[in-house]
Design a protein around this ligand. Structure first.
Ligand SMILES: NC(=O)c1ccc[n+]([C@@H]2O[C@H](COP(=O)([O-])OP(=O)(O)OC[C@H]3O[C@@H](n4cnc5c(N)ncnc54)[C@H](O)[C@@H]3O)[C@@H](O)[C@H]2O)c1
Length: 452
């Protein structure tokens, strides 16, 4: 019996005993090698390369359909799948066709960020499992709704924070949990990247290769600018609050997510102070050129410095990020975390690079190497689909990591303020404007529902 027959039988049995909607979609424990059919929503560089890799490194996993609203990228994706995997997938510009397709087991969402949550919720509602890229949400409200949808429909939802599958992250976590670093004093996350002055190009008619209405989806309608979307590459959508959270959600989110895992996945902070601006280049970007954020976790602070103006800093170079025996020079490592305990200082890499602990004489007292864990995360997703065990990119923990991004950005957007945050209600207690941003707003027909 294959997985679909098994599922169908499970559904009929559930109906027979009168169980509710979540049970209808609760998938079976499928066999370890059962065929899994994937579909891709958003065939840019990231989604296409990851889904092809996932099919190569896992047995019996295929892509039935690719979906994109950019016809150039869609055609390229079909050709690329054929070249790499030896068959031609179907193509559509309407993700709903994928959700309606009973052959599809799981949907891979790699659109720009403003579509992540809604597409993932629609997929859950249709009974599909989901791999959804980071940052999983563009506001705190919708992040919580995705957690609720995953639970309600009993879906496997793997968030694309791949460092949660890094073996060196687990050994760093164990080292800190063992008490060898002492009590945590303070934690510093860095995402110090390069960039330049960003200016928006004037609006032009929508190009023939793009379905602009569908690209915008939940975001407000506006005129097309080539600064937002590029025919072949990514474009500048991360510079706009409507489509993403800037460098903080693009890269710093990974640094802070891995850091949270390593320090034991603390709950939400009690407050955030965020400062930022475009003081460096004076560009037109909405998401700022530089941000400095302090999160209050009660017994220690976590800070994050995020820049697109410090190009002399380097992401962990390729010869180190894929070699477990090498460590970066932490001094100019752009995406490092420093965890200061009472007994030592841990440096932690985000693009592989592993971790090292320095003692009082600047000597290395412990270390573990590590490489970029994309493969591990893709393998973990497929194993979870088959075992029905929750994946490493746990939707609740990743929502908490994503919330750090939203807190920092909201504190900046309401005027570089300190905001008090109630971890239970996920609301601010001292700023109504901040709560409005945490809730977000949606274009008609694309609302993230209060009741998923
Ligand atoms: N986990 C990581 O390390 C990592 C690395 C790179 C990118 N990402 C994330 O992956 C996502 C994609 O990144 P990218 O660089 O490929 O961006 P991209 O903008 O090049 O690709 C996104 C694609 O989604 C398509 N799209 C937009 N609206 C759509 C819709 N309604 N239906 C179908 N397709 C739609 C776009 O046309 C585009 O082709 C982003 O959210 C990014 O943050 C994650």
């Amino acid at each position: 019996m294959d997985r679909r027959d098994f599922l169908k039988q499970g559904v009929l049995a559930s109906v027979g005993v009168g169980l509710g909607v979540s049970s209808l979609f609760a998938a079976s424990c499928a066999g370890a090698n059962d065929r899994i059919v994937l579909a891709l929503v958003g065939s840019g560089g990231r989604g296409l390369s990851c889904i092809i890799s996932c099919c190569k490194i896992n047995k019996n996993v295929t892509i039935k359909t690719v979906c994109d609203v950019n016809s150039t990228k869609l055609a390229k994706a079909v050709a690329e799948v054929e070249k790499e995997l030896g068959y031609r997938p179907g193509a559509t510009d309407d993700m709903r066709a994928i959700f309606d397709d009973k052959d599809v087991d799981a949907v891979w969402v790699a659109t720009p960020e403003h579509w992540h949550t809604l597409a993932a919720i629609w997929a859950c509602q249709a009974g599909k499992d989901v791999y959804v890229e980071k940052n999983p949400s563009v506001n705190i409200f919708e992040g919580r709704k995705l957690v609720e949808a995953a639970k309600k429909y009993r879906r496997i939802v793997q968030i694309g924070f791949q460092n949660r599958s890094a073996p060196y992250g687990f050994t760093a976590r164990d080292y800190i949990a063992s008490g060898k670093l002492g009590k945590i004093v303070t934690v510093k996350c860095y995402n110090l990247l390069g960039g330049g002055k960003w200016i928006e190009a004037p609006e032009t008619p929508v190009p023939s290769w793009l379905n602009w209405d569908k690209w915008l989806g939940p975001a407000p309608m506006r005129g097309f600018s080539s600064s937002i979307v590029d025919e072949h590459g990514r474009g500048g959508w991360l510079c706009y609050w409507a489509y993403g959270g800037g460098g903080l959600s693009d890269d710093a989110s990974h640094v802070m997510d891995l850091c949270r895992l390593v320090i034991g996945d603390p709950g939400h902070p009690k407050s955030v102070y965020g400062w930022g601006g475009n003081h460096i280049f004076g560009g037109m970007r909405e998401t700022p050129e530089f941000q400095s954020i302090v999160y209050d976790f009660g017994e220690y602070t976590l800070t994050c410095d995020n820049a697109c103006a410090t190009g002399y800093m380097t992401k962990t170079p390729n010869d180190i990020r894929y070699d477990k025996t090498k460590f970066p020079d932490w001094r100019n490592n752009a995406t490092r975390t420093e965890i200061y305990g009472t007994e030592g200082l841990m440096f932690l890499g985000r693009h592989g690079g592993g971790w090292q602990v320095l003692g009082p004489k600047n000597e290395i007292v412990a270390q573990d190497g590590g490489v970029m864990p994309d493969n591990e995360h893709q393998i973990n997703f497929i194993e979870s689909l088959r075992s029905r065990k929750q994946p490493n990119g746990d939707v609740e923990e990743c929502h908490r990591s994503a919330t750090l991004v939203h807190l920092g950005n909201i504190a900046y957007r309401v005027g570089n303020k300190q905001l008090l945050f109630d971890p239970e209600t996920e609301k601010f207690t001292n700023d109504d404007a901040a709560n409005k941003l945490a809730r977000g707003a949606y274009r008609k027909g694309y609302e993230v529902p209060e009741n998923v």
